[in-house]
Design a protein around this ligand. Structure first.
Ligand code: FAD
Length: 403
C-alpha cells in the first residue's frame, strides 16, 4: 500500500477547495497539496450544470481552472474518494487504497442531494442534478424520453423545469409547498412565476407530496390531486444536506453540518472545513457558491496565520427562469425585525424592499437584472429609503452610451 505524507490535504474539489488553494498560493504559501476529487472531471462550476441543459455541455466546459493550473501550483489532483479519516493518526484513506498522512486537513465535501424513498420506484431510477454526471445522465435520457416528473419546487426544480420545457419536453412539477420558490420570495412575486410556468405548459401541482409511483406498460404514472398522470422519467430536486460523513468519521463536532467557528476551524485543531459542508453560528449552512468561495479563502487565511472572521454577509440568490429575472436578497430576515415594506411596480419590474429603522434589510425583485449589483450593494450597506430612491429609482433613469 502506498503511503504519502502531505503538509496539506484537501478533500472535495469544488469552489471552497479551489478558493482555499488559490488564497494560499497568492500569499506565497508553497506547501505541497494533495487535492482529492470525488468526481470524474476537472473541478467545475456546479451552478452551471442545470442551467445549460438546452445547450448541453462537454466534460470540461465549466472547469474552474485548466489542468496546468494544478501542476503550476504544486497541487496533486487525484480522482478518488476518501472513505476514512483517522484524526488521531492524521491519516486519510481512499477508495482506491491510497493512505496519506497530513499535517493540516481541509474538508470541502459540500452537499449531497436528498433522494426521497418513493413506493413503486427504486431509488437508483430517480434522477438528480447535484453533480455534472447526474445532469449528463438526464441529458442522455432526454434523447429518447419526452415526459418528466420533477419533484421539488425549489431553485433546482424550477430551473430544471425551465430547461426541460425549453428542450421541448412535457413537465409535471410536484411541489410540497403552495408556491414554487416559496422560501425565497413573497407570494405577490411568485404568482407571476406560477402563471409563467403554467403558460409555458408546466403541469404544476402545489401542496402535494409524491409518496408512490406505479409502473405500467413501460412508463410511470402518479396520482396527484385526483389526476392520473403519465410520464417517462423522474427527477428528484428535493434538496441537499451537508455531506458530513467524513466529519463524523473524523470524530468532529457535527450537527446539520460540520461545526466551524468564524475562522473555519472545526473541533479538531488540524482540520478546517468550508463551503456547503460547514455549519456556522446560529446553525447557518450557506448553500451558495459565493459563500463557499469566501469561506475557502477564510480557511486559507487561518492557515496562514492571518485570520479573518466570517461575518455571514447577507445571502442573495438570482435565477433566470421562464423568461423572468428573479433576485432574492436576505429574504430570511423579513420575518424577524422588518418594520416597513415598500412594493413598487413599473412595467415588467416588480420589487419589494424591506426596511427596519430606515435601513434596507431585504430585497426581492423581478426583471431589474441590469441593476442587480446595485441592489446587492444597497443590501450590504443597508441603504436608507431616501438613498434607494436616489440611486435605484423606479422607473430606472435612462442611460445612453455614444460612440
Ligand atoms: C444544480 C445546482 C445549481 C446551483 N445553482 C446555484 C446558483 O445559481 N447560485 C448559487 O449561489 N449556488 C448554486 N448552487 C449551490 C452551489 O453550487 C454550492 O453552494 C457550491 O457548489 C458549494 O461548494 P462547495 O465547495 O462547498 O462544495 P460542492 O460544490 O458541493 O462540492 C463538493 C465536492 O466534494 C466532493 N466530495 C464529497 N465527498 C467526498 C469524498 N469523500 N472524497 C472526495 N471528494 C468528495 C464531491 O464529489 C464534490 O465534488 C447550485 C447547486 C446545484 C447542485
Amino acid at each position: 500500500m502506498d503511503r504519502n505524507n502531505y503538509p496539506i490535504i484537501v478533500v472535495g474539489a469544488s469552489i471552497a477547495a479551489i478558493s482555499f488553494i488559490r488564497t494560499l498560493r497568492v500569499n506565497n504559501d508553497k506547501r505541497k497539496i494533495l487535492l482529492i476529487h470525488g468526481e470524474d472531471r476537472l473541478p467545475y462550476k456546479r451552478t452551471k450544470i442545470n442551467k445549460n441543459m438546452v445547450r448541453g455541455f462537454d466534460k470540461d466546459d465549466f472547469k474552474i481552472a485548466d489542468r496546468e493550473w494544478y501542476k503550476d501550483n504544486d497541487v496533486d489532483l487525484i480522482y478518488d474518494r476518501v472513505i476514512n479519516i483517522d484524526s488521531a493518526e492524521k491519516v486519510v484513506s481512499t477508495q482506491r487504497g491510497l493512505v496519506c498522512s497530513y499535517e493540516k486537513l481541509m474538508l470541502a465535501t459540500g452537499a449531497v442531494s436528498v433522494i426521497p424513498k418513493i413506493a413503486g420506484i427504486a431509488t437508483e431510477n430517480l434522477h438528480s442534478v447535484q453533480n455534472a454526471s447526474d445532469v449528463d445522465r438526464v441529458l442522455e435520457t432526454c434523447k429518447n424520453k419526452d415526459r418528466f416528473l420533477i419533484i421539488g419546487g425549489g431553485v433546482e426544480g424550477v430551473e430544471t423545469a425551465d430547461q426541460l420545457v425549453r428542450k421541448g419536453k412535457a413537465v409535471i412539477l410536484a411541489n410540497r409547498m403552495k408556491y414554487p420558490l416559496q422560501k425565497l420570495f413573497p407570494i405577490s412575486l411568485l404568482k407571476v412565476l406560477e402563471q409563467r410556468m403554467i403558460d409555458k405548459g408546466v403541469k404544476l401541482f402545489q401542496g402535494v407530496s409524491v409518496a408512490a409511483i406505479h409502473e405500467h406498460n413501460g412508463h410511470y404514472a402518479v396520482n396527484l390531486q385526483g389526476q392520473e398522470l403519465e410520464f417517462d422519467e423522474v427527477i428528484a430536486c428535493t434538496g441537499a444536506v451537508p455531506n458530513i460523513e467524513l466529519g463524523i468519521k473524523a470524530g468532529l463536532k457535527v450537527e446539520r453540518g460540520i461545526i466551524v467557528n468564524a475562522f473555519m476551524q472545526t473541533s479538531d485543531a488540524d482540520i478546517l472545513a468550508a463551503g456547503d459542508v460547514a455549519q456556522h453560528e446560529r446553525g447557518i449552512v450557506t448553500g451558495l457558491w459565493h459563500a463557499a468561495e469566501h469561506q475557502g479563502k477564510l480557511a486559507a487565511l487561518t492557515l496562514l496565520d492571518k485570520p479573518e472572521g466570517h461575518t455571514l454577509p447577507p445571502f442573495r440568490l438570482k435565477t433566470e427562469v421562464f423568461g423572468l429575472y428573479m433576485f432574492s436578497g436576505a429574504y430570511e430576515f423579513v420575518i424577524p425585525g422588518v418594520d416597513e415594506e415598500v412594493e413598487e411596480v413599473d412595467g415588467d419590474i416588480r420589487r419589494i424592499m424591506y426596511y427596519s429603522d430606515n435601513a434596507l434589510k431585504a430585497v426581492v425583485f423581478l426583471n431589474d437584472g441590469p441593476r442587480a449589483k446595485t441592489y446587492q450593494q444597497a443590501l450590504f450597506e443597508h441603504w436608507s429609503k431616501e438613498k434607494v430612491q436616489d440611486e435605484l429609482p423606479l422607473p430606472p433613469k435612462m442611460t445612453f452610451s455614444f460612440g
